[in-house]
Design a binder for this molecule. Structure first.
Ligand SMILES: NC(=O)c1ccc[n+]([C@@H]2O[C@H](COP(=O)([O-])OP(=O)(O)OC[C@H]3O[C@@H](n4cnc5c(N)ncnc54)[C@H](O)[C@@H]3O)[C@@H](O)[C@H]2O)c1
Length: 427
């Protein structure tokens, strides 16, 4: 049965949730304080790059099942389900900053209809749903935790075909009503208590970050012992207990979620009396990975980087998204800048120097970025980088050297073209 849904916070998670819920037949309104974003959405312009999202947006507007508002008017808060998809950035001490969620809860509480369910999709520390219930302070309104697991770059597919849907509630009736919203999907629904649902989200992101750091460390060992990381990852990943995903070495993990969620879990654990040394070591290992890549660039160039022109391919934190928040490409590039390198950037979607970089020029084409540089560094795994004109690049670069920090290209073809090619953990 179609339901009436209000979504507060129309970013990556809120917009994806809204567009997909409308696609599933529900009547959805998305609210955001960003007036320009709402104006764009109303006219059918998708403010983020996400495969399949513009189509779902148009479909939602056409069928009038999806609408947008820059103000949380009373009638919009009368819907049965109020989803919170608000930012929970990292506070200075590592904790998750929950002000946006708590402020919204405070401001909407008296407008909610009786029997409404507030569904929290933001990633929050254990206990947040309980605090939300206390803030709302109404016996006729339930708070349910429904953490989101979508990945930017495949958000729509992840939302519509998730591995599982986690619903955390302390009242079974509310849990069942939220489960009903997803009844058109074939994915398993796991219904648990609020605290467990909140923990699953942090556990998932921390485990995945740990897996990435593990394979990065393994790649370093492969280089030392003469093994090949691609073969090792294949052998390791075909073991069902391990699984083949997240076994690709790279410049380190980043993005808008992993770093803050790792820190938040470490902090939550220590505040609760457990020192999560395993995760602390993973955070350190990731910072070391950025340095390892900068070191590889220095080694490839064969001299101090002061004044050396470097072409950096890729700025987003991964392929398929325009998101540069906590991008490893930025972390590594900033280290290169601190070593005195002069950076030329190219990214298919990023056209100006992002926050976090103190210098550098962003070019419109890979060719312009590469011309006259002494080394090319690949930091994002954009598939189109494979199809660049590497034969031409070999000629126009001042020195034909590549540090492929994503193991994206085929070593043999690049060496055949005449490149001095370095990657991670490969023979
Ligand atoms: N981005 C992801 O891949 C992802 C995946 C899973 C979970 N999450 C979690 O979901 C939450 C949201 O993440 P996101 O990436 O969508 O964030 P985002 O920054 O893309 O979007 C948040 C939106 O909330 C709006 N907003 C802020 N305060 C508001 C208010 N008071 N009222 C209405 N709108 C307000 C902002 O303008 C922004 O558009 C975070 O907790 C995040 O950790 C994110």
């Amino acid at each position: 049965m179609p339901k009436q849904i209000t979504i507060i916070g129309t970013g990556y998670v809120g917009l994806t949730t809204g567009a997909c819920m409308a696609y599933l037949g529900h009547q959805v309104v998305c609210i955001d304080t960003n007036v320009e974003k709402i104006a764009e959405l109303k006219s059918g312009i998708c403010p983020i790059y996400e495969k399949g999202l513009p189509e779902l947006l148009s479909m939602g507007l056409e069928t009038e099942r999806l609408s947008f508002s820059a103000t949380a008017d009373l009638d919009l808060l009368q819907n049965e389900f109020i989803f919170l998809c608000l930012p929970t950035p990292q506070a200075e001490d590592g904790r998750a900053e929950l002000a946006a969620i708590y402020e919204v809860a405070e401001s909407v509480k008296s407008s909610l209809s009786s029997k409404a369910i507030v569904v929290n999709k933001s990633t929050v520390p254990v206990g947040t749903s309980k605090v939300l219930s206390e803030i709302i302070g109404r016996e006729d309104v339930e708070v349910v935790s429904n953490p989101e697991f979508l990945r930017e770059g495949s958000a729509i597919e992840d939302f519509l075909k998730p591995d599982r849907i986690i619903i955390g509630a302390d009242a079974m009736e509310a849990s069942d009503r939220v489960a009903e919203l997803y009844s058109n999907l074939e994915s398993p629904i796991i219904q648990v208590d609020c605290a467990s649902a909140e923990t699953v989200k942090y556990a998932t992101n921390s485990f995945l970050a740990m897996k990435v750091s593990f394979v990065n460390a393994l790649a370093a060992v492969c280089e030392l012992v003469g093994a090949d990381i691609d073969s090792v990852a294949k052998g390791l990943g075909t073991d069902n207990r391990v699984g083949s995903k997240f076994l690709q070495p790279g410049p380190g993990w980043g993005g808008s979620c992993f770093p803050k969620d790792m820190q938040a879990l470490v902090k939550l654990a220590s505040d609760s009396g457990y020192k999560f040394e395993l995760l602390e070591a993973v955070v350190d290992a990731n910072a070391q990975q950025f340095e390892r890549i900068a070191e590889k660039v220095k080694k490839a160039v064969g001299k101090p980087l002061r004044g050396v022109h470097v072409a950096v391919l890729g700025l987003t934190f991964k392929a398929g998204t325009d998101d540069v928040r906590n991008s490893p490409a930025i972390a590594v590039s900033q280290l290169l800048l601190e070593l005195g390198a002069q950076l030329n950037f190219y990214d298919p979607l990023v056209k100006s120097l992002p926050k976090g970089l103190s210098d550098g020029i962003v070019y419109d084409s890979a060719e312009s970025a590469v011309a006259n540089t002494e080394v090319i560094v690949i930091l994002t795994e954009w598939p189109e980088f494979r199809d660049l004109d590497w034969v031409k690049f070999q000629r126009i670069a001042k020195e034909p050297k590549i540090v492929d920090a994503r193991n994206l290209l085929d070593p043999r073809s690049l060496r055949d073209i005449g490149f001095d090619y370095t990657s991670l953990g490969r023979k």
